[in-house]
Ligand binder design. Structure first.
Ligand code: 5AD
Length: 355
């Protein structure tokens, strides 16, 4: 009996012209992969083959610097949301950020990711100065930013200062679902506008979503995949939802490992040249999570470069792995994961391939 998976493998989404036809097919494929282990392994193999044809079995490392856990936003899922009390708030100084970059450069990373909450005390002038200094001091280093929603003019200034990439997860492509995860001043359309602006300006742009966030259905997952297939971001961050204490969703169950792996593989198949991290959340959900992520088509790992004394304060969810590790032991664990997955660590910047 022919399965939706056969048609999907051969024709992708092309055999369906209407949006509803494409969504139906994606939903059927997700259903099949959830129920049929053999089909699931076929999906992982196909995803790995596509990845290896474009990038080889290389994993790109990104040194993650968590520059501030102050945030004006109040996302219901997030462990550093504005109204959560008991968070030890910190903001790195410019010198601390530079010192993290130096450490990252010395251990061989050729991308730094500056990530933080939306913290108005980092003004756009501050951020431009930081990006310019990194660009000048480490010309071989790619600079990725993950600092939330900003005006197009601010994004442009950061790009002009030398930032190469920007991560801004869309969180969910379904507007109603988006509004159930965020307070009413956070609008799905604004998020999508930011993503389109980032791409237009020339950033390698990253979208992404949590798997198993409260209220998420299979149709939502299909909508996420359709959005990714249409938007064709250069990067996609996918991890399981993990409950964070002191948030409205603290008692909700975590997302599933299998669903996260299925979504990684389908993302690789639909966005072949995507740079796809095996995320920290995946490693926090399951000790084998990141290796399994690489085996399902991922090709990026983001070791933590933040100063060890602030690691434990940047907890987007409970049970985050390597919150207490120093840079070297964190790196050693990542090397083990990569080799265990039969891959090797690339020493290049790992820019998105243009195919
Ligand atoms: N579980 C999993 N991922 C989370 N993020 C925020 N909170 C959680 C959580 N509780 C993710 C969001 C955000 C990214 C920086 O971290 O998708 O975009």
């Amino acid at each position: 009996m022919p399965k939706p998976w056969d048609d999907f493998k051969v024709n992708g989404l092309n055999s369906h012209t209407s949006r509803s036809g494409k969504l139906k097919l994606l939903e059927q494929v997700i259903n099949l992969l959830q129920t049929d282990q053999l089909a699931r392994h076929e999906a992982y193999t196909l995803a790995r083959d596509i990845r290896d044809q474009i990038y080889g079995p290389a994993v790109f490392f990104r040194g993650l610097i968590e520059i501030s856990n102050f945030c004006v936003r109040d996302c219901y899922y997030c462990g550093i949301r504005n109204s959560k009390s008991g968070v030890n708030r910190y903001r790195l100084t410019r010198e601390q950020i530079m010192s993290c970059c130096q450490t990252g450069f010395d251990v061989g990373y050729r991308t730094v990711v500056l990530q933080g909450g939306e913290d108005p005390c980092f003004t756009i002038d501050d951020l431009v100065a930081i990006v310019s200094e990194i660009r000048q001091r480490w010309p071989d280093m790619a600079i990725t930013l993950s600092l939330g929603e900003m005006s197009s003019a601010c994004y442009q200034r950061l790009y002009d200062a030398g930032a190469d990439r920007y991560l801004l997860r869309h969180e969910t492509a379904n507007k109603q679902h988006y509004s159930s995860l965020h307070p009413s001043d956070q609008i799905a359309d604004t998020r999508m506008d930011c993503l389109r602006e980032l791409k237009r300006i020339g950033f390698q742009t990253g979208a992404g979503m949590m798997i198993g966030s409260p209220g998420q259905t299979k149709v939502h997952l299909a909508e996420d995949l359709l959005f990714l297939a249409e938007f064709q971001p250069q990067m996609v961050g996918i991890g399981p939802f993990m409950p964070a204490s002191g948030t409205p969703f603290s008692a909700e169950p975590a997302g599933s490992l299998d669903n996260t792996l299925i979504m990684l593989a389908l993302t690789r198949i639909l966005v072949p040249a995507v740079l796809l991290p095996a995320t920290t959340a995946l490693g926090s959900l399951d000790p084998a999570g990141r290796k399994l992520g690489l085996l399902a088509g991922a090709n990026v790992i983001m070791p933590n470069l933040s100063p060890p004394d602030h690691r434990a304060d940047y907890l987007l969810y409970d049970g985050k792995v390597s919150a207490a590790d120093d840079v070297v032991s964190n790196l050693e664990q990542m090397v083990f994961i990569v080799e265990d997955a039969g891959m090797f660590i690339s020493s290049t910047r790992g820019d998105a391939a243009v195919i």
